[in-house]
Ligand binder design. Sequence first.
Ligand code: ADP
Length: 162
Amino acid sequence: MPTIAVCPGSFDPPTEGHINIIERAVKLFDKIIVAVAVNSSKQCLLSTDERVSLLKTLFKGRRNIAIDSFEDRLLVDYVRDKKATAVIRGLRTIQDYDYEFQMALANKKLAPEVETVFMMTDSDYSFVSSSIIREIIRLGGSGKGIVPAIAEKLLKQKLGGH
Ligand code: ADP
């Protein structure tokens, strides 16, 4: 049986930090499904289609990296549907840890057979988050090295960064 892991997130936008985690995770599993989690109570800058399309472009031609989205449903139900056995999450800060620990325990209760695998951020990207990048671009800063160029371009169109 091929080992499959789901890498869920908002990806609003996908950053170099996300890419780093996905590229490392794909070495541990036969297939990674990068899943844009759409939550009707969470407001995003980019549409679901835009986020999926950016990820598809970034991982074009990668046989073992699939891009998908799921809306308003439990992550563990999605993971089971995809016949995956693990959820990949990245950790940057203590704040991430508190939240992720709680989510992992809740998911374990709901689906004991699904493992959450945590990957420590690369030190180059420990400060990188989608929200910080949106702010940098909005205020006219450069996203070089922290956000892929295609994502930066789209953000500039949306936010009018100079
Ligand atoms: P969510 O809203 O689910 O937290 P994000 O798109 O913000 O979605 O993040 C998706 C996943 O990627 C999370 O596990 C997050 O911790 C991880 N992640 C985001 N940025 C980084 C980074 N710079 N280094 C490591 N992991 C990261």
